[in-house]
Ligand binder design. Structure first.
Ligand code: TEU
Ligand code: CA
Length: 557
């Protein structure tokens, strides 16, 4: 086993600044608001804050379209307030990891403004320009945000590639000057003292030679681009260069967001000796309930089968044990709220199932990530009107799938959005039961979840049995236990579609985790529970082999 690293024992709290705390009444969360709430984050007990992008941006994709990597988006504040936040976080013993978005920039970035001026401009090859094919786009790839991944630029009569919005042109990583510029901007932030990076779709940076058409079995208007761009031939080379040039010179943490990556890829990306990244965000467990019609992708509302969830999580636990390092997450700013998607957000079972999900994940091997509000058991927004949504992905999906291609109808799509829209995770943080839950004195940029009157941080901080204190206990347990951090993983009864049970072993000690994912009483017997010490549960007592609705029990022996 390689030398132990600080980020293996750490717990990360993800802050989506625009929805966290507004400090100046414009209805948009900001850095001064994050500064104001540092004591709350510290009280939870986490070690690291992952800050979603706060760089200058026209905000076409909520900051994932960066126009200046070395300046702060004015609506979030300025560099002075950022420096104050970093200093105060460090004073409190909290590290800050920034979001590195370098698969693409904004079309307002000066590099792209230059690149689009002429085919001979020195910045032309910073991006991916191609001639059209028979007067159309160079290939059949579909953008994540609807339409083609190619946009025609009249000035130079060529198309440029954008996997996401047309305001997010893809950088050409084959160009060594592009890579050098990225190493420089990384050093700018690391020299300021930040503690690492979360890297946006970093396994998309190596595009396939010739940019060939993607398979299109259903003859959709545009084909799914992900199989063409995920885990391309040169990703490892670029990450090793990044590590050699930058990361290896600092004691920092790196996590790569890797849609579609498989465990065998991640053994290399997060290999303890591979010299690439420290860990990855994999997507297997959050892409289980895809629509039966692949043209609808994630847009569906079918429940997730526990056996599928167990297979996805166990596969990663087993594949990386002793070889790489997992991130552990249920949700983030792109996913539905955990308790709504994987648990039960009814008033009767919300708290119980939120705690069950928390313990099930936090007792695994890897670095846990808590998305803001998850520690309160915040739920999906349950919006009923398209006007309530703000997310480019959701609105473009409605436009493309309902209005343009007519692949589904309004009512179905509204159910799919209520289940899967990214806005479910982006409703403002619920601090207390005052107006707008204490998030803003202005008009919130996105409607709050109506349940903030009874579901809020203030109420939970006053209730020792709240979801908040359950998360605090889980974090506390991890900090004190090498068994939780470094133990191996062994799943029990993979075919059981009601209970998730697994064991961890380390230096002769065993942890047994038993989670009932249903609203029913079930009976299960695992040899460990009878004589063993109950470490943690979300019920007041232990009925041994009887599991009540959403009951979780953690034994050690
Ligand atoms: O998300 C990458 C990604 O795969 C998303 O398309 C995500 O899977 C999808 O939205 C869920 O259906 C990253 C960022 O996390 C996301 O917020 C950005 O919109 C995207 O990249 C482009 O930067
Ligand atoms: Ca504000």
């Amino acid at each position: 086993m390689m030398k132990k690293k600080w980020w293996q024992k750490a717990v990360v709290y993800q802050v989506y600044p625009r929805s966290f705390q507004d400090s100046n009444g414009d209805g948009i969360g900001d850095l001064a608001g994050v500064l104001q709430r540092l004591p709350y984050i510290k009280k939870l007990g986490v070690d690291v804050i992952w800050l979603n992008p706060v760089y200058k941006s026209p905000d076409k994709d909520n900051g994932y379209d960066i126009s200046d990597y070395r300046d702060i988006q004015p609506k979030f504040g300025n560099m002075e307030i950022f420096d104050k936040l970093l200093h105060e976080a460090h004073r409190l013993g909290l590290k800050i990891v920034m979001d590195l978005v370098v698969n693409h920039t904004s079309d307002q970035h000066k590099w792209f403004q230059e690149s689009r001026k002429s085919v001979t401009n020195p910045y032309r090859d910073f991006y991916i320009w191609r001639d059209g094919r028979n007067g159309k786009a160079p290939n059949n790839w579909g953008s994540y945000f609807g339409g083609s991944t190619w946009d025609y630029d009249e000035a130079t009569k060529q198309y440029y590639l954008h996997l996401f919005a047309k305001g997010q042109p893809d950088l050409n990583w084959e160009n060594p000057t592009v890579r050098e510029e990225i190493w420089k901007l990384m050093r700018f932030w690391l020299d300021k003292g930040i503690d690492g990076f979360r890297m946006d779709v970093i396994n998309f940076i190596s595009k396939p030679a010739g940019l060939p058409d993607a398979p299109n079995p259903k003859n959709a208007e545009y084909a799914d681009v992900e199989p063409m761009v995920a885990d391309g031939a040169k990703v490892n080379d670029y990450l090793r260069e990044m590590n050699e040039q930058v990361l290896s010179k600092y004691d920092v943490m790196s996590v790569g967001e890797m849609p579609s990556s498989k465990p065998e890829d991640a053994v290399q990306y997060s290999g303890l000796e591979a010299g690439e990244l420290n860990m990855v965000f994999q997507f297997d467990h959050v892409t289980l309930a895809l629509n039966d019609d692949p043209r609808l992708g994630k847009w569906d509302d079918k429940p997730i089968q526990l056996v599928d969830l167990k297979r996805a999580l166990s596969r990663w636990q087993q594949a990386l044990d002793g070889k790489g390092w997992n991130s552990l997450y249920w949700n983030n700013h792109d996913r539905a709220r955990a308790v709504s998607r994987f648990g039960n957000d009814s008033p009767e079972f919300r708290e119980r199932s939120a705690k069950m999900l928390a313990a099930t994940l936090h007792m695994m091997q890897g670095t846990p990530y808590i998305y803001q509000g998850e520690e309160l058991g915040m739920t999906n927004a349950h919006f009923t009107d398209l006007q309530q949504y703000r997310d480019i992905e959701s609105l473009e999906a409605y436009h493309q799938l309902v209005e343009k291609e007519k692949l589904t109808d309004h009512d179905s799509m509204m159910r799919y959005l209520a289940t899967e829209s990214r806005d479910n995770a982006r409703t403002p943080m619920q601090w207390d039961d005052s107006q707008n839950a204490g998030f803003t004195e202005g008009t919130p940029w996105l409607e709050l979840n109506k349940n903030y009157h009874e579901l809020n941080a203030q109420r939970e901080l006053e209730d020792k049995d709240s979801v908040f204190y359950f998360y605090q206990e889980l974090i506390n347990m991890r900090h004190k236990s090498d068994l939780i951090v470094y133990g191996d993983y062994c799943e029990l009864d993979p075919a059981d579609n009601e209970v998730f049970a697994y064991k961890r072993h380390y230096e002769g000690k065993t942890l047994l985790v038993i989670s009932n994912f249903t609203a029913k009483d079930v009976t299960r017997s695992y040899d460990g529970e009878v004589q063993k010490k109950l470490l943690l549960s979300n019920y007041e007592d232990d009925l041994k082999t009887r599991l009540r609705p959403y009951e979780v029990k953690v034994y050690s022996y």
